[in-house]
Design a protein around this ligand. Structure first.
Ligand SMILES: NC(=O)c1ccc[n+]([C@@H]2O[C@H](COP(=O)([O-])OP(=O)(O)OC[C@H]3O[C@@H](n4cnc5c(N)ncnc54)[C@H](OP(=O)(O)O)[C@@H]3O)[C@@H](O)[C@H]2O)c1
Length: 255
């Protein structure tokens, strides 16, 4: 086990191989946090860790498919085994498969439910005792940040199951917040609007074109770095304050 140096915080970030997760890993590492970076694509994680290492950042790549609850829980155990503590969990991994509900394949619902919701539940439950221990230390606070979505506030045609998962993230975050706030564990839900990442790559191309050329097209989406900056802001707040929900849209996004 490598003990985290005094003052360093240990963070676990899921969905760290691209988009918002990778940007969050970069930002946390630049802050001096030790980061456990979780996703399936091991080579992407290794590349990210190698990119950050020369500037002194400590990133541990952990390749896992967190739709398997056991693998998600093992990522938490790995972080604590390696570094002796866990201060921050960012439940960011997610997938968005859009289209009319009537013709949507049930395996798409299952992929979204198991990644967007169930993986968050497994990882968070496993992490709570460690976060509580961290919050009882000198820093007096620990953080869970769940990456929800504007789709967790507003429902739209073609988004039904994604909406269901992201409304779930919003509700879970608030209920959990009430349970663990007395222990000094902050729970924040960051709700991005349109962000330029790989998320849309998984959407059926015909559906994607139809949605983007219609009212859901955004001239200039926000950057993954903008959302990472928001997550960093939440966990960097003074221990006496907590931001519980934050919507971050593209400046040009009307919906
Ligand atoms: N982009 C947007 O416009 C937008 C808007 C609102 C909310 N969000 C939310 O932001 C979060 C991050 O998405 P993003 O936009 O950054 O998209 P992204 O670039 O596609 O990132 C998704 C991440 O999830 C990981 N992932 C997928 N399946 C996984 C699995 N089974 N186990 C472990 N990791 C898995 C992917 O890595 P691997 O493929 O390597 O596993 C990737 O690192 C999601 O929750 C998304 O719903 C995004």
């Amino acid at each position: 086990m490598t003990e985290a140096s005094p003052g360093a915080r240990v963070a676990l970030v899921t969905g760290a191989s691209s988009g918002i997760g990778a940007a969050t890993v970069r930002r946390f590492a630049a802050r001096g946090h030790i980061v456990v970076a979780v996703a399936r694509r091991a080579e992407r994680l290794e590349k990210l860790a190698a990119e950050i290492a020369p500037s002194g950042g400590a990133v541990l790549p952990v390749a896992a498919d967190i739709t398997d609850g056991r693998q998600g829980r093992d990522c938490v155990a790995r972080a604590v085994d390696e570094f002796g503590r866990l201060d921050i969990v960012v439940n960011n991994a997610g997938i968005m498969l859009l289209g009319p509900f009537e013709s949507s394949p049930p395996e798409n619902w299952e992929r979204m439910l198991s990644l967007n919701l169930l993986s968050m539940l497994h990882i968070t439950q496993e992490a709570i005792p460690h976060l509580r221990a961290a919050a009882s230390g000198p820093r007096a606070v620990a953080d869970v940040v769940n990456v929800g979505s504007v789709a967790g506030r507003v429902a739209r045609a073609n988004f039904a199951v994604y909406n269901a998962t992201k409304f779930g993230v919003t509700a879970f975050s608030e209920a959990l917040r009430q349970e663990v706030a007395p222990d000094g564990i902050r729970v924040g839900c960051v709700q991005p609007g349109a962000v330029d990442t790989e998320l849309l790559d998984h959407v059926d191309p015909t559906v994607r074109e139809r949605l983007l050329s219609g009212s859901l097209g955004v001239a200039r989406p926000a950057r993954a770095e903008d959302i990472a900056q928001t997550i960093d802001f939440l966990v960097g707040l003074d221990p006496g304050a907590a931001v519980n929900e934050l919507v971050v849209r593209s400046a040009r996004q009307p919906y």
